[in-house]
Design a protein around this ligand. Structure first.
Ligand code: TUI
Length: 308
């Protein structure tokens, strides 16, 4: 199954893993790459040296290519941007901002740069600045989201640029991959399915919360302050929504979510922690290995699209 993205990245399947904060550590990244996709280490809010160690651990587990996601709102983004160059990383994706100021440094180091965008305007700008591809991420995704859905964003981005488009948001099985390709994507980014993988070092409660999720359990908090985050409904989101409706300030709400993702992912507090997950959570019914997830999705997509 060859596309411009599989050729660009040297991967067997057109699947890249989301750079999920606290979840995308070296075991998951290595497992996705070993299974023929592109694994990613999520820089999230971690200091550069922590990301460096994660990269070195992943290298011990796989000889296949893997990338790093640089979360641009992180206070350590600049350090992480340098660490990826020093460690000889071949692929960088970025999220939650505009990576322009790092593009020249990364391109000079021969890194393939794939910004995650949530609008046509940023996609165009990224192409102009030398991006190799973009991830067009719809608001079905978990975590920090934009306004457009995948269904509307992917074809509009596709029509606006010539570099390859990778679709993200709302893709939970082979049908989703086939649909994304119909919209013009040449690969997909998958997050939530990989959270519920055997290799993901994520608290059992978090995985079970996703497995138990129904369609209507997916909620967005923080819209009123311009920082919308999608996750699964729990005691914390109920309180958050109530305070948001009362018109509380960002600072007053922030205390509810500080450290809350770590609390859920590592400690398993899925009542008061942040359980980031995409809208496809309701489609996940069991934990599988990354290899099983990728092969099952690709088999179904291939059947639907008559790829062989
Ligand atoms: O980045 C993500 N998803 C994330 S990052 C994250 S960690 C976090 N934790 C707490 C608060 C905020 C973040 C959790 N999930 N996805 C990629 C993505 N990027 N989605 C949307 C965007 C985006 C939004 C606005 C990219 C650029 C942008 O504007 C850039 C500009 O300056 O025009």
């Amino acid at each position: 199954m060859k596309t411009r993205v599989t050729e660009l990245l040297g991967i067997s399947y057109p699947i890249i893993q989301g750079g999920m904060a606290w979840v995308a550590e070296h075991h998951l990244a290595a497992a996705v790459s070993e299974a023929g996709g592109l694994g990613l280490i999520g820089g999230a809010n971690a200091p550069g040296e922590v990301v460096r160690q994660e990269i070195r651990e992943a290298k011990k587990l796989t000889d296949k290519p893997f990338g790093v996601n640089v979360m641009l709102m992180s206070p350590h983004a600049e350090d992480v941007a340098k660490v990826v160059v020093e460690e000889g990383i071949k692929v960088v994706t970025t999220g939650a901002g505009n990576p322009e100021k790092y593009m020249d440094m990364w391109k000079a180091a021969g890194i393939k740069v794939i910004p995650v965008v949530a609008s046509v305007a940023l996609a165009r700008r990224m192409e102009k600045y030398g991006a190799d591809a973009v991830v067009a991420e719809g608001c079905e995704s978990g975590g920090h989201i934009g306004e457009q859905t995948t269904m509307t964003l992917v074809p509009q981005v596709k029509d606006a640029i010539s570099i390859p488009v990778i679709a993200a948001g709302g893709i939970g099985d082979g049908r989703g991959i086939a649909a994304a390709f119909m919209l013009g994507a040449e690969a997909v980014q998958i997050g939530t399915r990989f959270v519920v993988s055997k290799e993901a070092v994520v608290h059992e409660n978090y995985k079970q919360r996703i497995i138990k999720a129904k369609d209507i359990d997916s909620v967005v908090t923080g819209r009123s302050h311009g920082h919308p985050i999608r996750g699964l409904r729990n005691k914390m989101t109920r309180e958050y929504v109530k305070l948001e409706q009362e018109g509380k300030s960002f600072e007053e709400l922030e205390y509810l979510t500080l450290g809350a993702l770590r609390k859920a992912v590592q400690e398993g507090d899925v009542d008061f922690g942040t359980v980031m997950a995409g809208q496809i959570a309701g489609m996940i019914s069991k934990e599988q290995t990354c290899k099983e997830i990728i092969e099952e999705m690709m088999a179904r997509a291939s059947e639907l699209m008559n790829w062989n």
